[in-house]
Design a protein around this ligand. Sequence first.
Ligand SMILES: C[S@@+](CC[C@H](N)C(=O)[O-])C[C@H]1O[C@@H](n2cnc3c(N)ncnc32)[C@H](O)[C@@H]1O
Ligand SMILES: [Zn+2]
Length: 272
Amino acid sequence: MFTCPNCKEILCEEDKRYVCKNGHSFDKSKEGYVNLLLSQASSKKRHGDDKAMVSARKRFLSGDHYAHLKDALAKKIIAFSDKKDIKLLDAGCGECYYSEGIKDQLGKCGIFADVYGIDISKNAVAAAKKRANDFHLAVAGVNKLPFADDSLDVIISVFAPFCAEEFSRVLSHGGIAVRAIPLENHLYELKAKIYDKPYLNEVTAFDEPPFEIIDCYDIKKTVHLPTNEVINDLFLMTPYYYKTSESDQKKLFQIQSLDVTTEFRIITYKKH
Ligand SMILES: C[S@@+](CC[C@H](N)C(=O)[O-])C[C@H]1O[C@@H](n2cnc3c(N)ncnc32)[C@H](O)[C@@H]1O
Ligand SMILES: [Zn+2]
């Protein structure tokens, strides 16, 4: 259950809004998600991914080019979560591509997941609600999660900011966080098409006290991108896009297909 960002009491879901016992009320959007960022905090200019990035990611992920990552994340949850009925949060959920697939795969193994998703981008959460209408979705930040202490069983964090202190607060004892980060060679061939001197990615430090790391698993796979549209969607959904000059961006217009390395690390953390 979501909690009220004003007073931390439980929010009860009604048809068109969420309301706490102190009368703080949050209307649902027309899509059905709720914005739990307080107005003062939400007045900053750019909030998470913009519409173009969200649309590009939606098209790209729908092609299942990253299905191997989705499958690997589901396997880790099945291996390390010992409950049959779990509350799962997708933190920095984007359009919930991964959590939607994971819920299905857990279901096939007899595990029911009640799924929550939060993201700081309204565009992302609106797209997520269209993909997964049965998920509980809110606009919120990873640094101030709208959940009570010890109230969730599993958190997934896929290419999104990881806030160990807050994730550990909301997870129950024995709960797990499963995180995916890109490794050195991830999308190297895409960068090689754009930059004269392509660089390797810097790998994010992933030790996150107070969590214990219980598993660390690397995946590497070459993915075939069959059209110019797919290549451009992949580029647009990455942080490289905004760091690249217009003339370098145009280099991708000529390319009709590309084999590209995907390289991820999946880290599973446990709260004691
Ligand atoms: C690279 S995208 C990944 C989205 C999704 N997990 C996926 O892999 O498809 C990163 C996401 O984190 C969100 N984000 C960025 N900062 C955030 C924050 N402080 N709190 C919550 N979400 C955030 C962005 O809006 C974006 O949707
Ligand atoms: Zn309240």
